[in-house]
Design a protein around this ligand. Structure first.
Ligand SMILES: Nc1nc2c(ncn2[C@@H]2O[C@H](COP(=O)(O)OP(=O)(O)OP(=O)(O)O)[C@@H](O)[C@H]2O)c(=O)[nH]1
Ligand SMILES: [Zn+2]
Length: 346
């Protein structure tokens, strides 16, 4: 149990066989690398699991907790069951079917990472915040490369971001000088699972290396026999930091592209939603109606036009996405109907 806690296990209400519990540390094609704090196993899904799984959302991903039959001597295991997730990152899979794909599960904290030496894309950060809320994890804004900007520039960015990311912690760090590292450490609690999101080049790898090398690296790479009996090394996608926190670094999640977040809209744009709630007309479009509190806030300078534009843009995008999905659902229903009528004719 203690060993499991180190991997982030906290489910007090769990009622099964605790000996079967393990966490997915990496996924490669059909192989799952699972760990229980004592050992790592190469696991496959049981036949029953595959038969019963309803869609891709039910397939284990990095961070998931599973029940598995462990063959300790062989370091192999068979995954029987996926345990409920407390958070998950999803993305709409490309292609005809709008089927969601899970990228990672059971993250507690998401570091939305940007570098200070480039223009901060507030709109992009808003999207990440939205995805994070939608996932069920807590967002933190992590701004890197503070050594490349002045203190004044840092403060300007902070002020700008505080308007976009209301109530979300903002940390500024430098991997060169070490500034801000201590503050970052306070967010990396033992047993908590964190993930770094952000564009290529913002310094994620550099930071991960520093975090890993602060002391001895506890985790080792997982060795796997390939078909020719050679050992190939598999990179772990979820690993323990020396201070006990867990860090997730999966290829899919590095650049989160899409999100589905209607319900998160009012969380990310809480300020606008609150204003909108007081508009004179219930169906106010916040363009030029009398008694519009949103326009009122713009006029008095409490709300920036830019933020309202982001809000409108996001609304349009969500509406578009929804129409697309509705249309695809209609086509699917129509095809299904055609198939049925054909069958009936025969
Ligand atoms: N000046 C400065 N440079 C940094 C800092 N952190 C990272 N860099 C540099 O920024 C560049 C990109 O860093 P990476 O760690 O590779 O960025 P990444 O986000 O992992 O990028 P991908 O691997 O493409 O996702 C490298 O040249 C780093 O040396 C920092 O705090 N200050
Ligand atoms: Zn209005």
């Amino acid at each position: 149990m203690k060993e499991l806690n180190k991997l982030g296990w906290i489910d007090k209400d769990f009622q099964g066989d605790i000996e079967q519990v393990a966490r997915v540390m990496a996924v490669q094609k059909n192989s799952y690398f699972i760990a229980d704090g004592r050992m790592t196993f190469i696991a496959a899904l049981s036949g029953r699991f595959l038969n019963e799984v309803e869609n891709s959302l039910g397939m284990p991903v990095v961070g998931d907790w599973v029940l598995a039959q462990k063959l300790v001597d062989e370091q192999k295991a068979v995954i029987q069951k996926l345990l409920p997730r407390k958070s998950q990152f999803t993305r709409q899979a490309a292609g005809y079917k709008t089927e969601a794909q899970v990228l990672a599960a059971n993250m507690d904290i998401v570091f939305i990472t940007s570098s200070l030496n480039h223009d901060i894309n507030a709109r992009r950060i808003e999207r990440y915040v939205l995805s994070t809320y939608e996932s069920g994890a807590a967002p933190v804004l992590l701004l890197t490369k503070s050594d490349l900007v002045t203190a004044t520039e840092m403060e300007d960015v902070r002020l700008a971001l505080e308007k976009v990311a209301i109530g979300i912690p903002i940390i500024m760090i430098s991997c060169v000088t070490g500034d801000g590292m201590e503050e970052l450490g306070t967010f990396l609690e033992s047993g908590k699972t964190a993930v770094l999101l952000g564009s290529s080049g913002v310094g994620k790898s550099t930071l991960i290396n520093i975090l890993l090398n602060q002391e001895v690296q506890i985790t080792s790479d997982i060795r796997e026999d390939d078909s020719r009996g050679r050992h190939t090394t598999t990179h772990r996608e979820l690993f323990q930091l020396p201070n006990g926190a867990l860090l997730m670094d999966t290829p899919g999640i590095r650049e989160l592209q899409l999100w589905d977040g209607e319900s998160a809209m009012d969380t990310a744009f809480q300020d606008i939603e609150t204003l909108a709630g007081n508009c004179h007309f219930r169906d106010c479009s916040h363009e030029n109606e009398p008694g519009c509190q949103v326009q009122e806030a713009i006029a008095s300078g409490r709300l920036s036009e830019e933020r309202l534009r982001s809000y409108f843009k996001l609304q349009r995008e969500l509406a578009f996405e929804k129409r697309k999905q509705d249309q695809q659902a209609r086509i699917a229903a129509k095809n299904q109907w055609k198939k049925l009528t054909k069958l009936r004719r025969r």
